[in-house]
Design a protein around this ligand. Structure first.
Ligand code: GLN
Length: 197
């Protein structure tokens, strides 16, 4: 069974765990470096990226997480995507694993949260039905630029990037764990199975 950890310092880690179990993965909470040992992949949930970063510093997780991401799969949703990135145009603890620049709170405040149907061709790898992915954006970040080694997976109708992949690293501005659509979780499970260990 594929074993996926969910960073459980702050944010909506419980929803990811429910979804992972639903798609047939073994799921565990990660709070300490030793919890990373036998995992095939890790999800960093949504929440507040500055808080997640500060707690990761306090629990000595920055270095172990960065090392983990060099060989195993990590998926960041929303705040998790911010934490995975290299550049957020301000100073806060980051894993700096993905060659993307992220703009925090790019769509405005909590009241400006919205939902959108996204065309995500990569999901055809896990499900042949080409239906759009109904995505929820909650004080969401925008992936404002990606380097050429990063593949864009989804864009808003105006072209703004909201999902990207760099080898076995995945970043989404939105929250698949808050929907009933498990295609992103199945997509990530495949990445985790195929990353080297
Ligand atoms: N606004 C949060 C941040 O900047 C992210 C919000 C979320 O994860 N839903 O960290």
């Amino acid at each position: 069974m594929t074993k996926i950890g969910v960073l459980a310092l702050q944010g909506d880690f419980a929803e990811h765990i429910v979804m992972l179990r639903r798609v047939g993965a073994e799921a565990t909470e990660v709070r300490l470096p030793r919890h990373l040992e036998d995992l095939d992949g890790l999800i960093i949930p949504g929440g507040e990226s500055t808080t997640i970063g500060k707690l990761a510093v306090a629990y000595d997780l920055i270095e172990p997480l960065s090392r983990f991401g060099l060989e195993r799969a990590i998926w960041g949703t929303c705040a998790g995507a911010i934490f995975l990135s290299k550049d957020v145009r301000r100073s806060q603890p980051l894993l700096s694993l993905m060659d993307i620049t992220v703009a925090r709170n790019a769509f405005g405040r909590q009241v400006d949260s919205f939902e959108a149907d996204l065309d995500v061709p990569a999901l055809l790898h896990v499900d042949p039905d080409p239906r759009p992915f109904h995505a929820m954006f909650i004080r969401a970040p925008l992936i404002s630029s990606v380097e050429e080694n990063v593949r864009v997976l989804a864009q808003l109708p105006d072209g703004r990037i909201v999902a990207a992949q760099q080898e076995c690293l995945l970043a989404t501005s939105f929250h698949p764990e808050l929907t009933m659509d498990d295609r992103f979780h199945r997509y990530f499970l495949n990445l985790a199975k195929t990353s080297d260990r």
